[in-house]
Design a protein around this ligand. Structure first.
Ligand SMILES: [Zn+2]
Length: 410
C-alpha cells in the first residue's frame, strides 16, 4: 500500500507545473509562466566558467585549461582567411575587396556549400532520401515553446533543433525537453552573430561553449551546427570540423523570422512555404529531398510551422530530422544515445504522413489560406493561439539579447 501511495505521489508530482524539472516546465500551459525567469542550479554553478550570455565570445580564458589546449592545438592549422565584415553582418566595406571567384566558399556571398579547401566535407543543404523533408527549427530553446512541442509530440514528429547557447543557459529546462521528446539538438552558436566576422578564438568559443552548455544541461554533446544567417566560410568550417561539428544549412528559406521587418509579410512567408510544396508536388524531390529553414523564434514562426505541417505532410512522403535522413544514428559525442536510422524511423512512426503527392489535392480544397495565420482558428496545442500571442511578448521581454538581435535574426 505504501508503494502504491508513493507511486501515486510520484505521478502527481510529474504533472506538477513548475520550474524545477523538465517535466514540470513542459507541463506549464501558460506561456507567460513558461517564460518567467528561473534559476537552475547546475547552470548557476557553472556560469562563471562560461562566456557572458548574449555577448559575442572574444576569448578562451587561460583558466579554462581544457578549452585553451583544444583551441591552441588547432589554431596554427586554421586556414589563414581574414575575418569578414562586422559581427552584426555589415559587409559593405569588406565585399568590394573580396574576389569574385569566392576563394573562401563564403555562403553569404555565393551560397557556396562545397568547400574550396581540401579535406572539408560539403555543407549539408538537402537530404539524400527521396520525397523527404529534413525538418528543423533555429534559435531555440524558446521559453514559450510548450504548445509547439506538444503539437510535434501529438503528430509523433521529431525535428532537428538548432539551439543558441545563451538561450540554453536562459531556459535549460526547455532545452532538456528537446531530448526528452526525442528531437535532435545541433549548435547554433553562443551569441548568434555573423561567424565569419569573428577572429579564430572567438569563433572557436562561440561553438565550443555552446557545445559545453548543451552538454551541461542535457547530458549530450552535439555533432552538428548551423551558422546564424548561413554565414560560413572555409575558415569557420574548419574550426567547426575540428570540433567534430558537421555544417548544416538549407535549400529553402521560409524567411519566417523576418515578418515585420523591411516590409516582409506573413503572406510572403506563406509563399515561401508554398514554393517548397509546389516543388514537392511537381516531383522535384523524387531522387533526393530538401531542407527548409524555419524558426522557433516567436509566436508567428511557431504558429506558421503548425499551420503548414499538415500541408507539408501531404506533399512529402516523409518528414524527418536532418540527421535521421542521413542515417546518422549516433548524433552525439556520447555513445550511449542513439537515434533510429531512416528506414527504422519511418517504419516506427505510427502517425505517418501522407504517402503520396497525389493527396496534396485535399489541402488545395481547404479553406485555409495564407491570411489565416494568427486567426486563432487552427489547433495550436493546449495553450491556444491567443496564449501563444501572449508568449511572443513574454519572449521579447525575457531577454534583452533577443530584442537587440531581433532585426538581424535568422
Ligand atoms: Zn538563427
Amino acid at each position: 500500500m505504501r508503494f502504491a501511495l508513493s507511486a501515486l505521489l510520484l505521478a502527481v508530482s510529474a504533472c506538477a507545473q513548475d520550474h524545477t524539472t523538465e517535466a514540470g516546465e513542459a507541463a506549464i500551459d501558460d506561456p507567460a509562466l513558461e517564460c518567467a525567469p528561473y534559476s537552475y542550479a547546475p547552470v548557476h554553478a557553472a556560469q562563471a566558467s562560461f562566456p557572458a550570455i548574449w555577448q559575442p565570445v572574444t576569448s578562451v580564458p587561460a583558466s579554462d585549461t581544457v578549452a585553451r589546449a583544444k583551441f591552441l592545438a588547432m589554431n596554427s592549422s586554421i586556414p589563414k582567411i581574414p575575418p569578414k565584415g562586422t559581427l552584426a553582418g555589415d559587409f559593405d566595406a569588406f565585399s568590394p575587396t573580396y574576389s569574385a571567384t569566392d576563394p573562401d566558399c563564403w555562403w553569404t556571398d555565393t551560397k557556396c556549400v562545397t568547400p574550396k579547401l581540401s579535406g572539408l566535407k560539403p555543407d549539408i543543404a538537402n537530404v539524400p532520401e527521396p520525397r523527404t523533408l529534413g525538418y528543423g527549427f533555429d534559435d531555440g530553446p524558446n521559453c514559450s515553446h510548450n504548445a509547439f512541442y506538444d503539437y510535434l509530440t501529438e503528430k509523433k514528429q521529431k525535428a532537428t533543433m538548432f539551439y543558441i547557447g545563451s538561450n540554453v543557459f536562459d531556459w535549460p529546462l526547455q532545452a532538456q525537453r528537446a531530448v526528452a521528446d526525442g528531437h535532435e539538438i545541433c549548435v547554433h552558436t553562443w551569441s548568434h552573430r555573423y561567424m565569419t566576422a569573428f577572429p579564430n578564438e572567438g569563433a572557436f568559443g562561440e561553438l565550443y561553449y555552446t557545445m559545453q552548455a548543451i552538454k551541461l544541461v542535457t547530458g549530450v554533446t552535439p555533432t552538428c551546427w548551423r551558422p546564424p544567417f548561413g554565414d560560413v566560410d572555409d575558415r569557420i568550417r574548419y574550426i567547426a570540423a575540428q570540433l567534430g561539428l558537421e555544417t548544416i544549412v538549407w535549400g529553402y528559406d521560409s524567411n519566417d523570422w523576418a515578418v515585420g521587418f523591411n516590409g516582409v509579410t506573413a503572406q510572403a512567408v506563406q509563399a515561401n512555404y508554398d514554393a517548397l510544396m509546389a516543388d514537392a508536388s511537381a516531383g522535384k524531390f523524387n531522387s533526393s529531398g530538401a531542407i527548409i529553414l524555419t524558426h522557433e523564434l516567436n509566436n508567428f514562426t511557431m504558429q506558421t510551422a503548425m499551420h503548414n505541417y499538415p500541408k507539408l505532410a501531404a506533399v512529402f512522403d516523409h518528414i524527418v530530422p536532418v540527421q535521421v535522413a542521413q542515417n546518422k544514428t549516433q548524433p552525439y559525442v556520447e555513445t550511449n544515445y542513439t537515434m533510429l536510422d531512416f528506414a527504422s524511423y519511418v517504419a516506427n512512426r505510427t502517425g505517418k504522413s501522407a504517402t503520396s503527392a497525389n493527396s496534396a489535392s485535399s489541402s488545395n480544397s481547404s479553406s485555409s489560406s495564407s491570411s489565416s495565420h494568427g486567426s486563432g482558428a487552427q489547433k495550436v496545442g493546449k495553450a491556444g493561439a491567443g496564449a501563444l500571442r501572449v508568449s511572443m511578448l513574454a519572449v521579447a521581454g525575457a531577454s534583452a539579447g533577443v530584442l537587440v538581435g531581433a532585426a538581424l535574426w535568422a
